[in-house]
Design a protein around this ligand. Structure first.
Ligand code: NAD
Ligand code: MG
Length: 392
């Protein structure tokens, strides 16, 4: 029996993870759940899954949480604030942590889980982009294991040999190939991109996801963040990580080997496959995902990404090559710019411009420690807000 904590339980990944857990009452029980502000949803989930501890990140909502749990007859300890997320992530009562918080807000809990030697099912890619240089050593010293559940990285994990140790050359790995759906604006002319709405950006053709990652998929920044994520998880340099657009989202990613073999993982565009892989690993467990019918699909298409209409992809490659704190600057500026776009303060095309401005304003430094990374994250958010104000 594994005992699972879901950080970000009220989100899209949280819902998919709970759906897999619900199918296997004999294998998994929920140790704890967390959310940002959605107290009602969190209480409803607690009433169903009966965790021992429940946390709300917005500390102002602690009374609402505690009262609601009592009224619903749920006997769980209520906690609040960012420190509570770290407490859940390192709680000895849980062996598996689903890191499903969106953005750099997930960093503290993801790092805490790594230090505590947990099995981490990692969806929170922003934490790796910002702090891969600290997270990977923390995992090694904590003695836990990281199972990627971002679908591309889960596919790569499945296509790499068991026991892969982060050295592509030792295992004959030539290239890592990430597939990208291309998002909702794959065929939208450049002249129209400035006017697209948040609703259109969030209407992804293949996946149903949270709003932030949906916008990232539309700009291709999501793929850029995933290139950086792949660098940290699999030890490959930027020059050996490729992106190919594959509109059907059936081939989730591929690994090319020295001998000419290319291994791919295929499946429905349904996050429950990757989550079930991580929860059950090394066993394969039922995920509720429909079988893949290749004859009905009939074809799989691939094309090169358009780096002119979607400049965010190259910004991410440049940040990875600059190294040090540059990926953290990229991530923070992107979080601020996406939020401004979702709130109608800037247009879609300005997201990449704000990120570029911010990268130009803050020089990359070698990574020292967490306090430095958090300070750079704050400085990048301030610089991005100034860039947005100048454009208004
Ligand atoms: P979402 O917006 O649907 O859910 C985010 C969750 O994080 C919610 O439970 C929310 O309450 C919590 N949260 C938000 N801000 C927080 C804060 N400041 N402090 C604490 N908790 C906070 O997002 P999602 O689509 O589920 O994505 C979650 C993560 O998984 C992201 O990093 C995303 O890039 C990654 N991911 C998602 C998908 C997908 O299909 N949705 C696929 C791959 C990777
Ligand atoms: Mg992905």
């Amino acid at each position: 029996m594994r005992s699972v904590s879901i950080l970000g339980a009220t989100g899209s990944i949280g819902a998919s993870a709970l759906d897999v857990v619900r199918r296997h009452p004999d294998r998994f029980r929920i140790a704890s759940l967390s959310a940002h502000r959605d107290v009602d949803r969190l209480i409803a989930l607690a009433a169903e899954f009966r965790p021992a501890r429940v946390a709300i990140a917005d500390a102002g909502l602690i009374d609402a949480l505690a009262d609601g749990l009592r009224e619903s007859g749920v006997d769980a300890e209520a906690l609040a604030g960012p420190a509570a997320l770290e407490a859940l992530a390192s709680d000895p009562a849980a062996d598996t942590i689903v890191a499903a918080i969106v953005g750099a807000a997930g960093l503290g809990s993801t790092l805490a889980a790594a230090r505590a030697g947990k099995r981490i099912l990692l969806a929170n890619k922003e934490a790796v982009v910002l702090a891969g240089a600290l997270l990977i050593p923390a995992l090694a010293s904590g003695g836990g294991e990281l199972l990627p559940i971002d679908s591309e990285h889960n596919a790569i994990f499945q296509c790499l040999p068991r026991g892969y140790d982060g050295d592509p050359d030792r295992h004959g790995v030539e290239r890592i190939i990430l597939t990208a759906s291309g998002g909702p604006f794959l065929r939208t002319p450049a002249s129209e991109l400035a006017r697209v709405t948040p609703e259109a950006a969030c209407a992804h053709p293949n996946w149903t996801m949270g709003r932030k990652i949906s916008v990232d998929s539309a700009t291709l920044m999501n793929k850029g963040l995933e290139v950086i994520e792949a660098h940290w998880l699999f030890g490959a340099p930027a020059s050996r990580i490729e992106v190919v657009v594959h509109p059907q989202s059936v081939v989730h990613s591929l690994v090319a080997y020295r001998d000419g073999s290319v291994l791919a993982q295929l499946g429905q565009p349904d996050m429950r496959t990757a989550i079930a892989y991580g929860l059950g690993w090394p066993d394969r467990i039922e995920a509720g995902v429909a079988a893949l019918d290749l004859a009905a699909l009939a074809r799989l298409d691939f094309e090169a990404p358009d780096r002119t209409r979607f400049p965010a992809l190259d910004l991410a490659y440049h940040a990875l090559e600059a190294g040090g704190t540059a990926p953290g600057v990229l991530n923070a500026a992107n979080e601020v710019a996406v939020d401004a776009f979702l709130n109608g303060r800037i247009g879609f095309a300005a997201i990449a411009t704000v990120v570029r401005d911010t990268l130009e304003r803050l020089a990359a430094e070698p990574v020292r420690d967490i306090d430095q990374l958090l300070a750079v994250d704050r400085a990048a958010r301030d610089a991005a807000l100034r860039s947005i104000a100048e454009r208004a």
